[in-house]
Design a protein around this ligand. Structure first.
Ligand code: MN
Length: 237
């Protein structure tokens, strides 16, 4: 049998022919107060925390098949930071120096499985880290869009606004996220950081179209497709 050939996940870069190669996908949990309140599962004083998705969960073509093993597939619309140089143990004054650019992404979540794991005190991977769970739009270099510290973000599903907030409402802002994460891991070129979602999260079904905008960035358009495999319900009866 021949050795399998793997393709590297990558994203287009606005205004450039090269692609942005994706190394790791980090996500921030609980970074907007109203979202913590709607989830009713955490103390508002808890610090945000980080989890990872596999880099091959990246979706760059806007096509997301409804995943197996859930009956509650939910969107979380988020600003995404793209890291351009190695960095560790940064303070907040240094943090923006390692940013290559920004994009808009969806942290797609099997909410029923995430809640099961939360109740049982088990890891979150089953709810968060699965195929096609990380759609992301093109990366805008900082030289084009500046640093995204303020401005509106909004997600519509089938033309109806479901999430609407501003980046200023992040509990931990972009430099603070980078500084914190850089104390836990060595950040490397190609790392993406999903910065957390505002309130208004909800479920989608096959046929839905999601359009997410962050002021100053190209919108992200994602279509939910029928499942690739026969739908595996989690119920045992
Ligand atoms: Mn999220």
């Amino acid at each position: 049998m021949p050795v399998p050939l793997l393709t590297h996940p990558e994203l287009p870069i606005v205004g450039r022919a090269e692609k942005f190669p994706v190394r790791r996908i980090y996500c921030v949990g609980r970074n907007y107060l109203e979202h913590i309140r709607e989830m009713k599962e955490a103390d508002e004083r808890d610090p945000p925390f980080f989890f990872q998705k596999p880099s091959d969960a990246l979706v760059s073509n806007g096509k997301v098949p409804y995943p197996a093993f859930t009956d509650d597939f939910q969107y979380e619309f988020e600003l995404v930071i793209a890291i351009g140089r190695a960095a560790s143990k940064l303070n907040t004054e240094q943090a923006l120096d390692c940013v290559y650019g920004y994009g808009v992404g969806l942290d797609m979540t099997r909410r029923d499985r995430q809640r099961d794991a939360f109740k049982s005190g088990l890891p979150w991977e089953i709810g968060k880290s699965f195929d096609h769970s990380s759609p992301c739009g093109p990366i805008h270099p900082v030289s084009l869009c500046g640093h995204k510290l303020t401005g509106a973000l909004e997600l519509s599903v089938n033309g109806q606004v479901r999430q609407r907030s501003v980046l200023e409402k992040m509990i931990w802002n972009v430099p603070e996220i980078i500084a914190q994460l850089s104390r836990q891991y060595r950040l490397m070129p190609g790392d993406l950081i999903y910065t957390g979602t505002p309130d208004g999260v909800g479920a989608v079904v096959a046929g839905d179209r999601l359009v997410g905008t962050v002021a100053g960035l190209e919108p992200l358009v994602v279509d939910i497709l029928p499942p690739l495999l026969p739908h595996a319900s989690a119920s045992l009866d």
